[in-house]
Design a protein around this ligand. Sequence first.
Ligand code: NAP
Length: 308
Amino acid sequence: MYEHSNTSGQNQLTDITEELMARPAYRPSIPPPPGHGARMHSSARSHPPLNSMRSHFPASHTPQHSFIPQLMHSDLSHQTVIVVGGTSGMGFAIARLAIAHGADVTVASRSADKVAAAAAELGATGKTLDTSDEASVRDFFAAVGPVDHLVVTGSSVRTGTLKDAPLADGEFTFRSKFFGPYLCAKYAQMNPTGSITFFSGILSRRPGHNDAVLAGVNAAVEAMGRALARDLAPVRVNTVSPGMTRGTSAYLSMPEAAREGMYSSIASKLPVGRVGTAEDIAAATLMLMTNGFITGVTLDVDGGGVLV
Ligand SMILES: NC(=O)c1ccc[n+]([C@@H]2O[C@H](COP(=O)([O-])OP(=O)(O)OC[C@H]3O[C@@H](n4cnc5c(N)ncnc54)[C@H](OP(=O)(O)O)[C@@H]3O)[C@@H](O)[C@H]2O)c1
């Protein structure tokens, strides 16, 4: 499953690049090679394969000098990637995918046992961190040093009804899911070519019942991502908004039959006919980390959930 997601992610980047190459506005402003003018200016359906076009570029437009390989570049060799929440679920899958692309990965969360287990399974560095504790965040980032890519999946939330839930539960949720990533962005020593990826969720725009706090905190995370994309530029800042995703610890407190029933019920309503996997989320996150032209976006990875 993991290998499959990885491969399909790369194919997607290649497809996007070739589609861009077919559009006049995105082509490098160089004359086509002799005999290729008609093909270079033909419709999207008949454009030549990217590799054959590359071989005709003059030296000044070889891949390392053009925008094309930046779109396709997913090699994370010698890059430091911090995954806060990387001991479980989506964060774990992101850490595993980043390692497969050559990154030096550190996973972090509150539980020392979970950190040790995840680090051993991944072959990553592991450190404890509680994002709701400012001193913990400050000391963590002072210890890890410069960061190329920061991903914050880690958060804890408390749910309840408007009438019955104590205000402290809502404040706990905002402290963890909004101010946790906020503090990570504040203290991380980001390299200017790097990226930060936050996590919100589909409830910001498709709330169910009793979701006022979760809808609000997810919308706040997305707004923070846009604001910090300006404040921290040229560091890129984006947000992933997952839909219902299996393979995480989010719903493990439910009995298995009830959990599978919930997945089936939601899958039957989604355009793609299934709920997501942690690997779906990881592939999308890797794209945001490595595409140097994307910043300030919220990327819905939800099987079309916002549409239904
Ligand atoms: N799963 C879904 O269907 C879904 C849908 C929409 C949005 N999301 C969002 O996507 C993100 C990832 O979800 P997931 O399902 O992959 O989560 P998960 O499997 O429950 O993992 C959460 C991770 O965060 C860590 N964590 C929790 N509070 C923390 C804190 N204060 N400081 C540091 N680490 C903390 C946990 O480890 P420790 O216990 O060791 O701290 C754990 O490693 C979350 O923001 C979630 O709200 C999930």
